[in-house]
Write a protein that binds this ligand. Sequence first.
Ligand SMILES: Cc1cc2nc3c(=O)[nH]c(=O)nc-3n(C[C@H](O)[C@H](O)[C@H](O)COP(=O)(O)OP(=O)(O)OC[C@H]3O[C@@H](n4cnc5c(N)ncnc54)[C@H](O)[C@@H]3O)c2cc1C
Length: 465
Amino acid sequence: MTKLPKKFIDSISHIVSADSTIYDDDALEKYGCDETPELFALPDAVIIPENSAQVEKIVRLCYKYNISITPRGAGTGVAGGAVPVAGGIVLSLERLNQIIDIDRKNLIAVVQPGVITGNIQRAVAAENLYYPPDPASVDSCSIGGNIATCAGGMRAFKYGVTKKFVQGLEVIMPPGEKIKLGGKMIKDVSGYDLIGILTGSEGTLGIFTEIMLRLVPLPKYSVDLLAGFENVADCAKAALSIVSETGIQPAAMEFIEDEIVEIEEIFLERKMPLSGAKAQLIVSVDGFDEQTVENEYMRVGEHLFAKKATDVLVANNRSNSELLWEARRSIRDALRHRSPDIAAEDLAVPPTNTPDLLAGVKRIGELHNAKIVGFGHIGDGNLHIDLLRDDMSDEQWRLTKEKIVPELLKLAVKLDGTITGEHGIGYIKRKYLHLGRNNFIIDRMQAIKSSIDPMNLMNPQKIFP
Ligand SMILES: Cc1cc2nc3c(=O)[nH]c(=O)nc-3n(C[C@H](O)[C@H](O)[C@H](O)COP(=O)(O)OP(=O)(O)OC[C@H]3O[C@@H](n4cnc5c(N)ncnc54)[C@H](O)[C@@H]3O)c2cc1C
C-alpha cells in the first residue's frame, strides 16, 4: 500500500496513463536497485512519462506535495545514484527514447535521455559520424545517465569524457521549470556555464529531457593490440611512455591484471589470449588513413616490446577485436559472478602516478590479507580497484570494507588524484566526499544545490553526507 497522498495519485493519473505508473511492491522492486552491490530501497511509486511536458507536470506536483524524486535512466550506475534511498517516486526516463535528429552539417545529434548510448553510436556511424564516449556499459546505459554521471569509458584517453560532448540541454529544474541551455553554436560564454554544472550532477539539480550532443567525423580504421607483461609495474610504465616517447595518441589504453583474466576465463568459459601474463594492456589506434594507422600500430607494438612486453598480439580484423573488447566489457559481470558483494572503487590519479597507485593498492591488499583486483582506463590514470568479499562472514566483510575502502581513497588523494574518476559519488561514496574535497568547497557545492532545489526533493541523500 503506497504512502503517497491520495490527491497526489489522483493528479498523477491526469498527467500520465495508467500503464505509466507502478504502485505494486513486486513491480516496484526492479526500480529499487541499480548495479551497485548491496544497495536496495523500494520507492513509493514509479512514474514513467512519455514526454517532457509530462516530466514538467510531475516535477511540479512533487514540489506541491513535498515528494522526493529519484531520476532514473537505465539503472547501470554503480554508485547508487538511481536508488530511491529517500523513498518518494522514481521518475524513469526509459520511454523518452527517441533519436530526434542527426544534423550532419552542424555535427550535432539531438536525442532524448532514455536512448541507449550504443544506439546513438550506431545511428551516427551510419552517417559517418562518431560519438566517442564509450563506457563499458555502452549497450545498457542511457545517454541521460551518462550526462548525469559525466561518464568516462575507454576512449576518453583520446577524445575526452562525456562533458566534452554536451552542447545543449533541455532540463526540468525545480520546482518544475523547463529551461534550454546551449545550442548548435560552438561558442557561448553568456554567463555561468550551467551545462558544466549540470553535467555530472547525478540527478540532484534537474532532469534532462532533451540533449544536444557534439559529434566528430568517424575514424575509418582502427587496430587493437594486446600486450602481455611479466609484472604490473612494467605494464604501467610502458603505458605511460607511449604518447611521450612515440608521439602517437592511442584512442584507448586499458589495463587488466592476471587475477581478473583468471576470473574472466571462468565466467566466459573460454581461454583468454596471453593468459599467463601478469598484466595485460590493450592499446587501440584509430585514424582516417589506412597506411598511417598501420604505421602507428606497428610503432606502438615495437615500443611495447622495447618496454619489456613479453608478447604483443595484433587484432586487425573485426572478430578478433570484438572478442577482445567483449572480454574487457564483461569484467564487471565476471567479478560479480565470482563475488556478488564487491566494494568497487574508481580511483583516478595523474597518469604519471599510476605505477605508484597500483603498487600502493597491492600493499594495502597484502597488509589486510584481502583480495583486491585492478583493471581499467590506465591511459587516463583511472583504475577500477575492486575489493572482493568472497566467503567472508557478514561481520568480517563490514569490518574489512570499513578499514580498506578509506585507505584506498586516501591513497588516490595522496597521489594528487580523486576518489572517483567517472562513477560519481552517488549514495555510497557520500560519506567519503570530505576526503576528496575540503569543507569550503563542499559548502559552496551545497549552496548551489540549495539555491536550485531549496526543498531538497531532487534525488536527496546523494552526493552530500
Ligand atoms: C558493466 C558496467 C560497466 C560500466 N562501465 C563504465 C565505464 O566504463 N565508464 C563509466 O563512466 N561508467 C561505467 N559504468 C557505470 C554506469 O554505466 C554509468 O554511470 C552510466 O552513465 C549510468 O547510466 P544509466 O542510464 O544507467 O544511469 P542510472 O544508473 O539510471 O542513473 C545514474 C545517475 O544519473 C541520474 N540520471 C539518470 N538519468 C537522468 C536524467 N535524464 N536526468 C537527470 N539525472 C539522470 C540518476 O538519478 C543517477 O544519479 C559501468 C556500469 C556497468 C554495470
